[in-house]
Design a protein around this ligand. Sequence first.
Ligand code: GLN
Ligand code: ZN
Length: 776
Amino acid sequence: MARASNLGFARLGLQREWKKASEAYWLNKSDALRAELREELEGVARELVERHLRLQLEAGIELVPVNDFAYYDHVLETAYLLGAVPPRFERAGESEIDTVFAMARGRQDAPAMEMTKWFDTNYHYIVPELSGETRFSLRSERPFQALALAQRLGIQAARPVLLGPVSFLLLSKSVEQGFDHFSLLPPLLEVYAQVLERFAGLGADWVQLDEPYLLHDLEPAQAQLFAQAYARLQASSARPKLLIATYFGGIAHNLELALSLGEGLHLDLVRSPEQLDAILDADDGARVLSLGLVDGRNIWRNDLDASLSVARHAARRLGGSERLWLSPSCSLLHAPIDLDAEQKLDPELRAWLAFGKQKLREVTALTTALQQGEEATWTASVREAFAASRDARVSRGSSPRVHDPAVRARVESIDAGMRARPESFAERSKAQRERLALPLLPTTTIGSFPQTKELRRLRSELKKGKLSEEAYEQAIREEIASAIRAQEELGLDVLVHGEFERNDMVEYFGERLSGYAFTQNGWVQSYGSRAVKPPIIFGDVSRPVELSVSWARYAQSCSERPVKGMLTGPVTMLQWSFVRDDQPREKTCEQLALAIRDEVVELEAAAISVIQIDEPAFREGLPLRQGDWADYLRWAVASFRLASSGVRAQTQIHSHMCYSEFNSIFDAIAALDADVLSIEASRSRMELLDAFEDFAYPNDIGPGVYDIHSPRIPSVEEMEELLVAALRHVPVERLWVNPDCGLKTRGWEEVRSALSNMVEAARRVRSTQAQGSNPE
Ligand code: GLN
Ligand code: ZN
């Protein structure tokens, strides 16, 4: 009989309990309290894990994943498990959790490890560092404790989850010049084999090895890694059966390889329904197939009839459902936890949605329906689940709040002229130079300044109606004025208003656009303790009111220096929202671009001379397979240009992106044609600029010199060095000086010191440049 399964669950908790607990723990400075607080924190972790296990059981899931919790990030903690802790973090006698946090967040004497995006999600993982010195060994007991905990709760079929060895290696980086970290595969496998053996000893029938890398177009050497790795693991003397989990796309192009790896294979049939038949064709009667039918990456209610017919089709082809597991498409790490916790969504919209818990119930309903056979024999609960799914489909398809003819008509009327600025970059740059009169190596920040407790309190009081709209606005204005004063005192050249009015860079704008809805508890982890609450785009998008103009106007009135207008770009608005699944993403993105374009034009009319359109999510939107890139980049670039091209030459458009590997999409980033691009670079020590050897970025650029993800304050010398490194690739007239990203997660004190160092670093480099170019 088919079985109901899951691949993983959210970690932070419905109320972000883990965020609150771990952040409070980080604030503790007292050695005396450390051990006690740590125990408390570990207790919070256990409680959350237990609660989520129960939730899965109650939703009817039989095959429950364990060891999917992480203190900070599962890739980081896999590195820890395997003993791959970089030497700079080793401290005798330190606890696991403290070392894990240090690796993720850095210490004053040890810069944090690099962080980057997990496939095409907005989840960020920490990149393991490997070198010739790496000696793998089993370093943690946590996976085994996790399994034991589930068993204590009476979960028979608990299935430990691990990041698979090959994806682990492919997601890691070598930190030693010339060292090939793939040569570490054999010793790595010995530790994996040991872990498998331990799991077997504890009674696990199955282990889930996540190998999302199988989605990629593998080079022969990479395919070879898979073959070698799994040949070794299969040869282990005692081991559980292996479920190879793939998600975020199809694996039909690596079919033979994927089928050879384990006793079970999980397929993401939401992203790639077409792969199923290829896999069924290749069935040899031995393998378990786990069908990912319920979307783990989005919040729409499943079309249960459609999913059931896929499951039935698979069962027919396999000659029965004994070897079928039904499941969400990927880990529910990427979905909010519980729709029942939403009190404010109206009933119509709510009926269209399913969060983590509801998705698991969908999986259970599907599994039960498959087991029970013909509809006439279904039990009441299955019938109800299917009826609700049918109703949602009908009402969403015909609801007038989804379809706005005016928006449709405007999208139809977009022409090529709207997607390009009439002047060349050279012409614009000249006009902007005259207007802005900035020094060489202008200094700026990325937008946000620290979001203090006081600010959050104001916002929550406003929400609760305890604070009037006017009093709130007045308080924000005071924050803006004081941030502007602080920036003038620091000596920054292009100022920002600080984004104090924004809870979140996507939510803030979405709340003012139509076609958007918001949740109260729809949190999704983005990195470490941090979560975002992606808004839901359910209908055609338009801009009934201005989004940021009055704040920008006020901020500019506080200073003679230029203050940047700050907007979130269309691709990021799309990427960081839950999007409609009833029209192509490209269409939704165009609608967003038109709304932002109107805002850009209105900012210009309000005498804002510099406008930044952030696209931190531009790269993460890239499809995982290279063959699909061109199409994405075409519409993503077109949308950004549609949003940004409505202004005159002397209005300077900035964009910002926060990741350092954009080598492969350089052309597209240049094609955005922003006058100034700020980009993350400090953690990778300006490595990104190596790409400039082959491709000279044509416009102004500010590679970040201050790693804002770490509480560490960079010194003047350090940033000066980074600037000098940047000058090897970027002509001095086109180089800007800025942090890697916004500063909202930092404290004012550290921000002041770091920015003061940054401005000083710019001054020093400026003065050597002036001497260099003017020898007398
Ligand atoms: N302007 C935004 C900020 O400074 C950009 C954030 C981001 O790139 N993620 O907060
Ligand atoms: Zn950023």
